[in-house]
Design a protein around this ligand. Structure first.
Ligand code: ATR
Length: 272
């Protein structure tokens, strides 16, 4: 690293086995950029703007638990991030900080590889930040989101805010739709045998997507494939949210295929 090296970072806590440094590092290398990307654990969200300035960081990925808490520390926030209520991307330009959300665009990119969203009913399982990004994206593409959540109050509140339908998780057997997206953490390593829904309901959906990508094939996706549904793994969303961050930070086209390849390789090695 020298004075001209562009610096990027991931801020979160815990950082666990985040794949972002591997993915962004590979992208920058392939693009021939003099750029570094490192993971920095911060307990207090207030440390993020200070660290960005101290380390001269141009762009940052923000992850759990700081995606909402960072908002008051930013000078500007994109319309989509404001509506979703969460930031996963911060850009520092002339000592001003801008917040964006690329999760929704990543999810939509992944979904569009399988379905044309306009006019389609898409069930969103969950009511947290990831669900908000999904609902925002589906509405942006003129699809029809339906929220399904375990806690009725939280689900109803989100449905009211985005003016869409709500069905309690217990009633999921009563609905059918073009697509079902899991935005809950159920099925994520090490809880690999759990699925957010009973497998009997899966034939009611043409296409099923999981935002969980570790393991690559969750119990939910295995059940969906066995039920004959089209399946979309969470890896496509992860790669495209990261690619969109690079476009925002430096306005260059990232090598998405290579990014997917390095992440897939790492996850496959971890499974074996
Ligand atoms: P994020 O911001 O990453 O989306 P979150 O805000 O913690 O995460 O939201 C997690 C979502 O997953 C919530 O909607 C939660 O449902 P509740 O509102 O009922 O808590 C859902 N969730 C988590 N664990 C779940 C489980 N075991 N079964 C069903 N839903 C679950």
């Amino acid at each position: 690293m020298n004075r001209n090296t562009m610096r990027f970072a991931l801020f979160g806590n815990p950082l666990g086995h985040s794949l972002s440094p591997l993915m962004h590092g590979a992208a920058f290398r392939e693009m021939g950029l003099d750029a570094s990307y490192r993971a920095i654990r911060v307990e207090n969200v207030r440390e993020i703007p200070a660290e960005m300035e101290r380390l001269d960081i141009t762009g940052a990925s923000i992850t759990i638990p700081h995606k909402t808490g960072i908002m008051p520390y930013l000078d500007t926030i994109s319309v989509s991030a404001e509506r979703i209520g969460a930031i996963n991307t911060v850009t520092r330009e002339n000592d001003r900080l801008r917040g964006d959300n690329t999760d929704w665009a990543g999810l939509i990119h992944a979904l569009k590889e399988k379905i044309d969203i306009a006019g389609k009913r898409v069930v969103v399982l969950g009511a947290g930040g990831a669900a908000r990004a999904a609902v925002y994206g589906i509405l942006h593409e003129r699809g029809i989101p339906v929220i399904v959540n375990r806690t009725v109050d939280t689900g109803q509140q989100l449905a009211r805010e985005f003016e869409c339908d709500f069905v309690p998780l217990k009633g999921i057997g009563t609905i059918s739709a073009d697509c079902l997206i899991n935005t809950t953490p159920v099925g994520m390593f090490p809880d690999m045998e759990s699925s957010p829904v009973p497998r009997e309901v899966l034939p009611h959906f043409d296409c099923v997507m999981d935002i969980v990508y570790n393991p690559l094939e969750t119990r939910f996706l295995k059940d969906a494939a066995a039920a004959g549904c089209g399946v979309i793994s969470g890896i496509a969303m992860f790669v495209h949210q990261g690619a969109e961050q690079i476009r925002i930070w430096i306005d260059l086209e990232p090598p998405t295929e290579l990014m997917e390849q390095v992440v897939l390789e790492k996850l496959r090695n971890e499974t074996n």
